[in-house]
Design a protein. Structure first.
Length: 198
């Protein structure tokens, strides 16, 4: 398996486990009353991390095999990601999704989950670190056979040094290096290229 793919999986698993860590931190606060819900979400994220590890091992063992694609409601995947991220939102930040109807796509649901989790996790990370993001908004649109997911926030944007090397393969361990954006782009391109071949 290519070393970049290994680094991408490690990044996504680290983000997933980091979110569980933030959940557990919030359980230490005396004002936290929704312990059962946070524990359920921690369990869901730990299962995601376990699944990612299993997928990584399978991908490494079966190098060159096709990524499984199937029809699924992408709105449910978005809602799943939002539900898992919501507990780590700063109090002043809102996270919303426009559109209420199911939207079906043909792709690998796990790739779509990883794309969305990376992008939304990045936006929330900026909100937590800088305290500047107040709104993270998602919109789901369908136009004939094309489905578009828009993610926008009112954060400060990417620093110049990261913009200059955006989407380049970097192995920095810094959480603010834009690596999640690179992963999201490569997964999106894989989905697009597979759709073009079909």
């Amino acid at each position: 398996m290519e070393s970049n793919a290994l680094a991408q999986w490690a990044h996504d698993i680290r983000n997933t486990l980091g979110t569980v860590s933030l959940y557990l931190e919030s359980l230490e606060r005396p004002c936290e009353t929704d312990t059962v819900r946070l524990l359920a979400r921690s369990d869901a994220l730990l299962k995601k991390a376990t699944s990612m590890c299993a997928d990584l091992m399978r991908e490494a063992a079966q190098s060159g095999t096709d990524v499984p694609r199937r029809p699924f409601d992408v709105r449910r995947t978005i809602e799943e990601v939002l539900g898992l991220i919501a507990p780590i939102l700063p109090a002043a930040t809102t996270l919303s999704l426009a559109g209420s109807e199911p939207v079906y796509v043909i792709a690998d649901p796990k790739d779509v989950f990883r794309i969305l989790f990376n992008l939304i996790h990045n936006a929330v990370g900026v909100a937590r670190a800088a305290g500047m993001t107040r709104r993270i908004a998602l919109a789901l649109e369908q136009n004939d056979a094309t489905v578009t997911i828009r993610i926008a926030d009112d954060g400060p944007g990417l620093p110049e040094d990261i913009r200059a090397r955006l989407f380049q393969r970097s192995r920095s361990t810094s959480a603010s290096n834009g690596y999640g954006l690179s992963i999201a782009r490569e997964l999106a391109e894989r989905i697009k290229s597979k759709a073009t071949l079909d």
